[in-house]
Design a protein around this ligand. Structure first.
Ligand code: MGD
Ligand code: MGD
Ligand code: SF4
Ligand code: MO
Length: 688
């Protein structure tokens, strides 16, 4: 028997934005999910989305609106009708705004879905009502600040050129877990051309395991490594001086500056050996077709933007940009030229409003005057597509804020997340299988649309509809609120001089790739003079004029001899999929990866519990010795919700809400901590 299928697109915050072929075994239910046709993804999807039925038809899906009946955060709710729920939210937002002005309301969202219509629904209401703005800093800000400082454009060389590269450098990313399709392209280059793979990462990830060279450096020291690599290129005549004269701002100043940034200097900072640095520098400098794939990992430090800019200078010194299969890529997001007017309600004249930093939700909700920027306290929030109680830094502070009795909180969610547990009203949300949307990507160049493939589960409603219904109750008028999703997609596409929604659907996607000269910046970089900037215009105090090591991280000290990094898990996507039994089983349990000698010094064997702490909190995880991690570094993978930790507190209780310099960004991999062996039974015995 053949099973019916329908086409869709993966909505998750993953660079691959895969086209999907969804089996429909019976009305209202999805079955197995397969990869659809597309040059970048090659018909492959990750294991977690292949089993998406487990998530969509999960018994814990929220199916009706709920009203809180217990204490804040206790998780006790009673079902109510949609009308009651929407009336209550509208009333409470209106009351808050009457009391303290509209900026007391903070609509908060992130990338639970990457679909433009559903994701930005909340912005249309925000703009019209004059609610507080949100700086979207939690993920890519530090990286894009660093990348833009040099290149001036938010794209790079199409990853589909990788099979024509002779050297692939994966810097601060773990694509084997976070971007499977990149690994396929790298394998092609290795098979077809004998290409080399180098990985720069503080621990031996599954990606690093496959590498010809793994540069296992200390977190937050990438700027030093990049400088030493460039030093060697200048010293050994591997720099492309003709290229630099034509395409860069100040190669002579750079060369003079790098004189003292020797491999010996960098070895002391990075913990790498001089030989390792020399070997990599010579390989990089001597390989014309080198493709540098820059990840986000090394941007999640206080000096992350400076480090990312330093690394982005490498292909400008070697001249790799000139060559097929050469150059670099951080994000492809800028190849899509969508006119966002309708999506964000930009045609409505906006009142000047303050901008609240989403990564600093803890300080914002606990009234840090700097964060409130002279405006009123936040006393009402509507949250869509995000789980800040668990994903935002400094969880303890975030939860203190969310628990405030004078804060009204409405959360629109697919599941009862730790954030939703704090809500006064919880609304059930559709998944991408149940609503339409328009998708770009930050890993490839295909624009896609998707229609719903099943009816909404339970009484769940899509973001766009919920926002339109709130708008009508709040008296907010905009043509966008009168449209359905498909009409909005169509109008956005037409306004962007692109094929309409139906046409794009039939096409199955549109390749928006740049031509070779533009993708490789041979027609000029994004700055006015067309030149790559070795000397960025940071417009901020205290930043180096040229690539350098900026010593502003939360450096280890005697009381906190370890540095904690908290990278993604292969089986989750941030906290999404932590509700899925199969993903949970595969991810195991919250685990600390620690160097075997550090483990031995702690007296902790594999599977023992260890306590990781700093001035904010301490958490309990199981230890796992890993030979391929830098000494003094501890890695805890995956954003497990707090409930999975023995002590009830997760990793973000340890991370800081300090911003990356100079443009902000969360610093998830920049935390000094202490480690202690932990014996809960013995501790319980003492306290009893
Ligand atoms: N399976 C899965 N896929 C995902 C996600 C997920 O949670 N799970 N998350 C998605 C999202 S939202 C994003 S933004 C991307 C992120 O995708 P990536 O860019 O791959 O992930 P990062 O968290 O930025 O961390 C990548 C690597 O950086 C390393 N790292 C940490 N600090 C440093 C440092 O100072 N220097 C260097 N060189 N490396 C360092 C970490 O050890 C880690 O291996 O992945 C997306 N894809
Ligand atoms: N320690 C540590 N913390 C991190 C990171 C890290 O590496 N380490 N990574 C950071 C990064 S890169 C990111 S991007 C953030 C991500 O943080 P978030 O964007 O908050 O990501 P998720 O945890 O996946 O939560 C998204 C929520 O949106 C819901 N959702 C999905 N689709 C819809 C929809 O259509 N409508 C509504 N209303 N809801 C929907 C999902 O059910 C899910 O609960 O986390 C950051 N936090
Ligand atoms: S999570 Fe990433 S790899 Fe998996 S299906 Fe979605 S876009 Fe593709
Ligand atoms: Mo992210």
């Amino acid at each position: 028997m053949t099973v019916n299928t329908a086409l869709s697109v993966c909505p998750h915050d993953c660079p691959s934005a895969c086209p999907l072929v969804v089996e429909l075994p019976e009305p209202g239910r999805i079955g197995r999910v397969h990869g659809g046709e597309m040059a970048y993804t090659g018909g492959v999807v990750c294991a977690k989305v292949a089993r998406y039925a487990e998530r969509v038809h999960h018994p814990d899906r929220l199916t009706t609106p709920l009203k809180r009946v217990g204490a804040k955060g206790e998780g006790k709710f009673a079902p109510i009708s949609w009308d009651e729920a929407l009336d209550e939210i509208a009333l409470r937002l209106r009351e808050a705004a009457d009391r303290l002005g509209p900026q007391t309301v903070w609509p908060y969202f992130y990338a639970g879905t990457m679909g433009h219509v559903q994701q930005s629904a909340i912005n249309r209401l925000r703009r019209i009502m004059g609610y507080s703005e949100q700086a979207k800093t939690i993920c890519s800000t530090a990286a894009s600040t660093g990348w833009m400082a040099g290149t001036g454009a938010k794209w790079g060389v199409d990853p589909r050129e990788i099979p024509e590269s002779d050297l692939i450098v994966i810097w601060g990313a773990n694509p084997a877990a976070t971007q499977v399709h990149l690994m396929g392209l790298i394998n092609q280059a290795r098979k077809q051309r004998g290409a080399k793979l180098v990985v720069v990462d503080p621990y031996r990830t599954p990606t690093a395991e496959k590498a010809d060279q793994h540069l296992c450096l200390r977190p937050g020291t990438d700027g030093a490594l990049a400088c030493a690599v460039m030093h060697v290129m200048f010293r050994d005549d591997l720099a492309d001086r003709a290229y630099m004269a034509r395409y860069t701002d100040c190669p002579e100043r750079l060369e003079a500056h790098l004189q003292s940034r020797t491999p010996q200097w960098a070895a002391a900072i990075t913990g790498l050996s001089v030989d390792e640095i020399e070997a990599f520098a010579r390989l990089y400098g001597a390989t014309k077709r080198s493709y540098l794939r820059s990840g986000y990992g090394y941007s999640r430090s206080r000096n992350g933007s400076v480090n990312l800019h330093a690394v982005s200078c490498l292909p400008a010194v070697s001249g790799a940009w000139r060559h097929k299969g050469g150059g670099a890529c951080q994000s492809m997001g800028g190849v899509f030229d969508l006119r966002r007017t309708l999506l964000d309600g930009l045609d409505v004249p906006a009142a000047p409003v303050r901008i609240l930093d989403m990564s600093r939700i803890g300080p914002v909700l606990t009234h840090d005057p700097k964060d409130l920027a002279g405006g009123p306290a936040v006393t009402a929030m509507l949250v869509q597509n995000s789980n800040p109680a668990t994903v935002a830094p400094d969880s303890g502070l975030v939860r203190r804020g969310l628990a405030r009795d004078d804060l009204f909180l409405a959360v629109h969610e697919q599941f009862m997340t730790e954030t939703a547990r704090f809500a006064d009203i919880v609304l059930p949300a559709t998944t991408s299988m149940e609503h339409a949307d328009l998708y770009t990507s930050y890993g490839h160049t295909f624009l896609q649309v998707a229609k719903p493939v099943i009816a909404p589960v339970g009484e769940s409603r899509a973001n766009h509809r919920v926002i339109a219904e709130l708008a009508s109750r709040l008296g907010a008028i905009h043509p966008g609120f009168e449209m359905d999703e498909w009409e909005m997609i169509d109008q956005v596409l037409v306004a962007s001089d692109l094929p309409g929604a139906e046409e794009l659907h039939v096409l199955g996607g549109l390749d928006c790739a740049k031509v070779f000269e533009d993708a490789h910046f041979l027609s000029g970089f994004g700055h006015e003079d067309g030149r790559f900037r070795f000397a960025p215009e940071w417009k901020a105090e205290g930043l180096p004029e040229l690539p350098d090591h900026l010593a502003v991280t939360d450096a280890a000290d005697e009381a906190h001899p370890f540095r904690l990094i908290t990278p993604p898990s292969r089986h989750f996507l941030n906290t999404s999929f932590t509700e899925m039994p199969t993903s949970r089983a595969q991810a195991g349990r919250p685990t600390a990866l620690i160097h075997p000698e550090d483990c031995a010094a702690l007296g902790a064997a594999e599977g023992d519990m260890v306590r990781i702490g700093n001035s904010k909190a301490d958490i309990i995880v199981h230890a796992k010795p890993l030979a391929g991690i830098a000494r003094g570094v501890v890695a805890v993978e995956g954003i497990w919700p707090d409930g999975f930790f023995a002590g009830g507190k997760g990793v973000n209780h340890l991370t800081s809400a300090d911003p990356a310099l100079p443009g902000g960004g969360a610093v998830f991999h920049d935390t000094k901590v202490w480690l202690r062996a932990c014996h809960p039974e013995r501790e319980r015995g003492i306290s009893a």
